[in-house]
Ligand binder design. Structure first.
Ligand code: C5P
Length: 320
């Protein structure tokens, strides 16, 4: 089940305790290109990127409770912090701190399906989903600008994840703007089983496209081919340093490029996950099956990205 998250989705779901709760999707983010400019006085790099979201992601459960708590599950749960370092919990604490007049709690559960430190914005997307859903669950009515301010203070990718639809990112990534609608694209995500800390990849960067060479996508992008033509002169500047640090990324890109129907392949964010855009779902499914079979230690996922109906605020259903 999917659709926009609304106040009515959070109605009481248990007769005994008057609980309110919901499951929301925190979708994976894919940077279709990422150009890096100069290092700024705050030590972040200026950047420009087109981010889109996948129909695949983490599943976040939120239920009203007297205290704030977090439980983790899913294939990548062991790789993320359980306590204060967890971005979902940080987001909840920051939202609560912005409303000191209310004593607020929530039982948060994160089913961690998105690989960690992988360029897919998993932690950022969890934080953004928590901000959106708790704003409703706690009936805070925080303004959009307040939510975006909290999001930016949590990380450069969190504002884009708060939009969770195709968006143009600039500044250090925190300045985001919804783009024209993009077509839904069949894609696969491939992580060659390696983690990459974002800061280290930026630190290893020695060639940069700079900012100002690309513009947000025009209104007439209606097919994969239009999108690929728009992306023709773009790149991910972090791909070269990431490949030097983890040569397995080159292997993942090669594996994608060998697949029939793969029209474009590139690394997402600071890596190491690479994406392939496919000329049809059947090509993507076949490629995912073959690559997973040939590389049993890689993480491979067929999904759909961009498109008007993909992203949040999406909800996955009420708590049982
Ligand atoms: O903002 P976030 O916590 O995701 O950034 C992680 C690290 O990545 C930063 O501490 C910085 O070293 C690097 N970074 C950067 N320029 C950006 C975004 C991130 O140098 N625009």
């Amino acid at each position: 089940m999917s659709g926009s998250l609304r106040e009515s989705d959070l109605e009481t779901v248990s007769e005994n305790a008057g609980r309110r709760g919901v499951f929301v999707l925190a979708p994976a983010k894919v940077n279709l290109f990422l150009h890096v400019g100069d290092k700024r006085p705050d030590n972040y790099h200026a950047l420009e990127s087109l981010a889109v979201f996948a129909e695949f992601g983490d599943r976040i459960g939120l239920e009203s409770a007297p205290e704030l708590s977090l439980t983790l599950s899913g294939p990548f749960a062991a790789q993320i912090p359980k306590g204060d370092g967890n971005l979902a919990l940080k987001a909840a604490r920051m939202l609560r701190a912005a409303h000191p007049e209310r004593a607020l709690g929530a039982a948060i559960s994160v089913e961690k399906n998105i690989p960690v430190a992988a360029g897919l914005g998993g932690g950022s997307s969890d934080a953004a989903a928590v901000l959106r859903a708790l704003n409703l669950l706690w009936r805070l009515d925080s303004s959009e600008s307040r939510l975006f301010e909290i999001a930016a203070s949590l990380g450069s990718d969190v504002p884009a994840c708060l939009l969770a639809r195709p968006c143009w990112m600039e500044g250090r990534g925190e300045r985001v703007k919804k783009t024209n609608t993009l077509p839904q694209i069949a894609a696969i995500l491939v992580n060659p089983g390696v983690m990459l800390p974002t800061a280290e990849v930026f630190a290893a960067l020695n060639a940069r496209t700079g900012v100002g060479t690309m513009h947000p996508p025009p209104a007439n992008i209606q097919s994969l081919w239009d999108l690929v033509a728009y992306l023709e002169d773009s790149a991910n500047d972090l791909e070269a340093p990431a490949c030097r640090m983890r040569p397995a990324i080159d292997e993942a890109l090669d594996a994608l490029n060998e697949e029939p129907g793969c029209v474009l392949s590139q690394m997402s964010g600071s890596g190491a996950t690479c994406f392939g855009l496919f000329d049809g779902r059947h090509f993507a499914l076949g490629a995912a099956e073959r690559i997973a079979h040939e590389h049993p230690h890689w993480w491979v996922r067929a999904t759909r990205i961009a498109g008007p109906d993909i992203g949040v605020p999406h909800w996955a259903g009420k708590l049982d």
